[in-house]
Ligand binder design. Sequence first.
Ligand SMILES: Cc1ncc(C[n+]2csc(CCOP(=O)(O)OP(=O)(O)O)c2C)c(N)n1
Ligand SMILES: [Mg+2]
Length: 541
Amino acid sequence: MPRMTGSRAIAIALKAEGIDQIFGIVGTHNCPLFDGVFDDPAFRVVTVRHEQGASIMAAGYARASGKIAACFVVPGPGLTNALTGMGMAHSESAPLLLFGGQNTLAQLGREGGHFHELANSLGVAGSVCGYTARVSAPGDVPRVVREATRMMRCQRPRPAYIEMPLDVQSAAADVDLLPPERLGRPAGDPASLARAVEALTSARRPFIFAGGGVATANASAELVRLAEALGAPVLTSMFARGVISDRHPLALGDGWGRLNLYGELLAQADLALVVGSRIDVVSDVNLGAGFPPRMVQIDIDPLVVGQRRPVDVGIVGDAASALRALAEGLVTGGRRDSWFDVAGCRARRSAILQERTGPVGQLIGDLRAALPDDAIVVDDLTLVGYWIPLVFEAYQPRTVIHPGTFGTLGYSLPAAIGAKLACPTQPVVSISGDGGFLFTSQELATAVAEKLDLIALVFNDNAYGAIKTFQDRLYGGRRAGANLVNPDFVKLGEAFGVKSARVEPKDVATAVRRALDAGGVWLLEVPFVPEGPATLVPWMP
Ligand SMILES: Cc1ncc(C[n+]2csc(CCOP(=O)(O)OP(=O)(O)O)c2C)c(N)n1
Ligand SMILES: [Mg+2]
């Protein structure tokens, strides 16, 4: 039984779980945690400029790759600062392992005015976590880390929070290391799978609605195979873009239906196979009325199955294994032609979107043309970003990272940094507005320090534009709190040592190509005021 400190036990447990990326900020209450990984070549430790950046980076890292990153923060404000990114990860079903320092065991629970004291820190973290624990002895570390990561690997992935009092971080004890565990996600109950095969076999006009769970389960190949076997067109939620390439003849694109892009499909279909989607408010409001009467739903989370609308067959299990089992169960085998005119629907969809989005759509199309297929685009809550899932063609899973429903501004830059660290060979572009960018712009310093190649596109309308246009429609043009006085973004970028330029919308593609060729961190400010129907974001009331 090896002897080690609590903090070194964390380092060893992380290695055992294959976790090598750490984001964080050091303080008196977590110095031993940082010391435990210092000089250990197994880890890449990235110092960030605000804990919100750390947790959002970990979320972006997971969204782009499926890999788990750890964060080290101080208690109190370090934890509360990190909560925003954990809330994002929670709403995105992304894993993230946050380690908080803590006051000493003897100081806890007394409200004695100790530095960084936060009553009920486990409860605070628990609202955005799937697992929380306080480790009171070094020997407990391997079990606690294993429990946290088991949840991430075998269930719906969620953030976890583990805190360790300062004296436990430094205490030496014998630590029993756990042998590696073969972890799998549940395959789905065979009887339900058999009933789903029956339902699919008898359906004449099925379609598939694929959500973010398909990306999380790395189930693209299985999804495409089943769709081909059924001749079923595939709609994707905004979290699943690219799980079927937009070049595939069965791919219909993003499933937001308020624009009535899929009316014919929904009117004709006799069965929906929903996989890896909770059918969130956006999808339900937009597609809800049109869902066909029969529905089969696959989800790793039992709470999700049948939650939004009744299902004929519910399968609780991993998307990849369930989709594989369904494809194998179909007696027809081979490929069926689609019962639906996918190409015609796509052409009509594209004409509607073009008319609706105007210059915004043009810009997104130009950006797509400037980027290789494997480029990763990370959105913020900005008028251009809202349209990305609908308009930007996605060719590979995990390449369009749209912020989760927790919906914080300032997501895109740190999430893009996390994505780049996870996928260093893929070009990464962050898309934000002037408002959102300033929530986390200081992470440019992190991108520079880490010598990343990264492009930050900032669309500047000197306003919280999406809200301004919302107020114009619903509050008689009373733009309360919506206008912004901004810094000079080019000078701001330059102050960080970032290559910076102001670019007209028509020149975005050229500027992006140039930035990709040159490498390094780029800030491209695009003065751009979206107008007309493009400001009516599809999900807004
Ligand atoms: C933390 C947080 N605060 C407030 C909001 C509300 N909000 C949503 S979009 C938006 C405007 C964003 O402005 P900007 O980033 O400039 O993009 P634009 O809409 O102008 O394109 C605001 C304030 C939010 N989503 N998150
Ligand atoms: Mg703006």
